[in-house]
Design a protein around this ligand. Structure first.
Ligand code: KG4
Ligand code: ZN
Length: 345
């Protein structure tokens, strides 16, 4: 079956067609498009929801159209004949942005008479690990421990099987990606902050500043990053002028502090729940130090490690279509609503 995925939960406008085989549970990407309004947000150092949604209204139809065109091997074949179902992100996210994707999906479902599957964006991130482009999904063994690290979330999820996901820990304040973004701003680095800090850190020494590792020794699987941000602010305020070398050193030290906490908690949770696999997902999982360090430490514990290809770590529609395939539960278009606060059950 071919599923058209639509994702507009934050600033991206994304559409993708995936091909899924029910027999061997393989999914592969046929087309995958993302339009981003990032340059506009770089100017303001963050996303202004209204600005994002207005851009998405402009991009939505061309992005869907091009995703369908790219997926069609025979020109002239009507798009709706090629598609068996539509998957769309219904939350969590920015309400105006979510509405753009959901209304487009509902309209297509009504006009084409195709089933529509509502998808939780966070579960979408988990399923980036199940796309054939990224790996052979048969290798993932359950129970799996999933670390979702994005701009809005830092969640530890126990996945016992498809459709059986349980939240075991989350952030009490800022998400890891949000910490990267806010600290980048303190350092006058560009938005989004994660890649900017990763880049600056390459020329820095991670041992220069001993920033706090919040909650690393707490007995639960929750996170907190606002104290780390405050510690960086205090350090920056002490300096009269901050040169490139210092920016690099702070970046390397901050990156190490965030990653130390993420890895420590993930491994503790994996051991506690006797996980056979560790999966990471979300924008921050594109971070090379996080990927490499967690991979090595997982193998030390004889736990399999999986990370999506980097282009599937950040928001995309292929992961949404894939999540819909593995949790195939269509509902009538008229019953689909956005839910900006959607979380795990
Ligand atoms: O998953 P995502 O694209 O959107 C949300 O659902 O939030 O994640 C975006 C977040 C941003 O905070 C960004 O700074 C962070 O992911 N990010 C990174 C890297 N690439 C993106 N953080 C650290 N290292 C990276 N290479
Ligand atoms: Zn996301």
């Amino acid at each position: 079956m071919r599923i058209l995925g639509i994702e507009t939960s934050c600033d991206e406008t994304a559409a993708s067609v995936i091909e899924a085989n029910s027999k061997d549970k393989q999914t592969k990407i046929i087309s995958n498009l993302i339009a981003s309004s990032l340059p506009l947000h770089s100017k303001t150092g963050g996303i202004i929801p209204e600005v994002a949604a207005r851009e998405q209204i402009k991009y939505m139809i061309p992005v869907i159209n091009n995703a369908l065109k790219n997926a069609s091997s025979t020109p002239g074949v009507e798009h709706q004949k090629m598609i068996d179902a539509i998957a769309v992100t219904v939350g969590p996210g920015l309400i105006g942005s979510l509405l753009v994707g959901v209304e487009a999906a509902k309209t297509l479902s009504y006009v084409w008479k195709k089933p529509i599957i509502p998808v939780n964006h966070l579960i979408g991130h988990v399923y980036a690990n199940f796309i054939k482009a990224s790996r052979e999904q048969n290798e993932i063994e359950f129970p799996a421990l999933v670390l979702i690290v994005s701009g809005g979330h830092t969640d530890l999820v126990l996945m016992k099987n498809h459709g059986n996901l349980k939240l075991i820990g989350g952030t009490l304040d800022d998400a890891a990606g949000e910490a990267f973004d806010k600290i980048a701003r303190l350092l006058n680095l560009s938005y989004p902050g994660g890649p900017a800090i990763e880049n600056a850190a390459k020329k820095g020494n991670e041992n220069t500043f001993n920033f706090p590792r919040p909650m690393i020794n707490s007995r639960n699987f929750d996170f907190s990053f606002s104290g780390l941000k405050a510690a960086v602010l205090r350090e920056v305020q002490k300096m009269k002028k901050i040169d490139q070398k210092t920016v690099s050193n702070i970046s390397a030290s901050v990156q190490k502090a965030i990653i130390d906490v993420l890895i420590d908690k993930t491994l503790k949770a994996a051991e506690n729940y006797k996980a056979k696999s560790i999966l990471i997902s979300g924008g921050v999982s594109a971070n090379e130090l996080l990927r490499k360090s967690l991979e090595i430490k997982s193998y030390d514990l004889r736990i399999k490690f999986f990370a999506p290809e980097k282009f599937l770590c950040t928001d995309n529609a292929a992961m949404i279509a894939t999540a819909a395939f593995f949790n195939y539960n269509p509902i009538h278009w008229s019953k689909i609503n956005v839910n900006p606060e959607l979380y795990f059950k």
